[in-house]
Design a protein around this ligand. Structure first.
Ligand code: AMP
Ligand code: MG
Length: 348
């Protein structure tokens, strides 16, 4: 049985206490962060962490992120260089996750047997209050594996009711894309996952970061940057087609064929749409905020397929494009002919 608790200013303290007790007692709690909803358990309790993998249907070789709410907790779970620790005091809480050498206290199930662990200090008052009470929480995104991340409580309840002990209903999250992950065990640091914290900001605040071309989200490469990335990710159930060239996108959405597609695009491009257009947002932050939500709108729409445009890969747009590419069934690159879509549909 899952308990669903709507949180507000009146019941805040009691709810946090109840959820922290559940975590300390070996249970699982779905909680909001500033990026997406997380599915958490006591990071020091392997049996509890196992429940996360079962609830999400997550492969055991895809490690979890350990969430902390102060710097003392960091020292309980990982090793960090002094100067980086000093800088992080000013950068956290924020959607920047660090990969560090792990301490023995972190069980193998959390790190999938690796000697490193991902550490995150989320910038969300509910998450922080919960971790303050419970201690470090191991959590991946709350979605069932391969599905889009969950950015609102209605979806959290739909997807996880019956699979976890408690779901905190806290409405919509702030960013809508996951945290940025950088590997701090190598120099220069290396981007493992693009996310809500921009690479530009990381570089000004902590120094150069190596960005592998794979971080743009093309190809399900066998040389995954991080274990999680070798799996299919973020995908709606319906086939999504990405058309990267703007002119080709406009041409396609104004053609007859587009009537079978839900069109996900900017306001500006929506005027070219023959089928039904879903405007993702007015700026890239709004687009990030709506992306996963709208993937689920696609799934519940009466359209057979989805088609989406590309956005400039700057700032949070880098993470947005990474997610769109990973979620796409087919990518029409600039040099490709859009007839490729027809071909794929005829073959299917
Ligand atoms: P998510 O599952 O949605 O939150 O993702 C957690 C991400 O952190 C996954 O992509 C993991 O592969 C990554 N991750 C966690 N721990 C490690 C680790 N020790 N080494 C590399 N990546 C990690
Ligand atoms: Mg995830």
């Amino acid at each position: 049985m899952t308990e669903i608790i709507r949180i507000n200013t009146d019941n805040n303290k009691d709810v946090i206490k109840k959820c922290a007790d559940a975590i300390k007692g070996g249970g699982t709690v779905v909680f909001p962060t500033e990026t997406v909803y997380g599915l958490g358990a006591d990071a020091f309790n392997p049996e509890a962490c196992k429940k996360i993998f079962i609830a999400k249907n997550r492969p055991a070789d895809n490690p979890l992120i350990v969430h902390i709410s102060n710097m003392a907790m960091l020292d309980d779970v990982a090793y960090i260089e002094d100067d980086l620790r000093e800088k992080m005091k000013h950068i956290w809480p924020s959607p920047l996750t660090l990969l560090l050498k792990k301490k023995k206290s972190v069980p193998d199930i959390v790190s999938a047997g690796l000697d490193t662990v991902c550490i995150r200090f989320p910038d969300n008052p509910i998450a922080l209050a919960l971790i303050d009470e419970s201690g470090p929480i191991a959590a991946p995104s709350a979605n069932i594996s391969t599905r889009p991340s969950i950015v609102d409580s209605v979806t959290a309840i739909k997807e996880l009711n019956g699979r976890v002990d408690i779901i905190i209903d806290a409405g919509r999250v702030k960013y809508g894309v996951e945290s940025t992950i950088i590997d701090c065990t190598v120099k220069p640091y290396r981007l493992l996952r693009a996310g809500a914290f921009t690479v530009e900001d990381i570089e000004t605040m902590i120094g150069p970061v190596y960005v592998d071309p794979l971080a743009r989200g093309y190809s399900q490469s066998k040389v995954a940057l991080t274990p999680g990335l070798k799996y299919r990710h973020y995908a709606p159930s319906k086939k999504l087609f990405l058309i990267e060239d703007e002119n080709k996108f406009r041409e396609f959405i104004s053609s007859d064929l587009a009537s079978n597609f839900l069109i996900l695009c900017s306001e500006e491009n929506s005027q070219y749409a023959r089928g039904k257009a879903l405007i993702l947002g007015r700026d890239i932050y709004e687009i990030a905020h709506n992306l996963f939500y709208d993937f689920r709108v696609l799934d519940s729409s009466d359209k057979k397929y989805g088609v989406i445009q590309s956005f400039p890969e700057e700032g949070i747009g880098f993470a947005v494009m990474n997610r769109i590419r990973k979620a796409s069934f087919l990518i029409i690159k600039d040099k490709d002919n859009i007839d490729k879509i027809n071909k794929v549909l005829n073959e299917a």
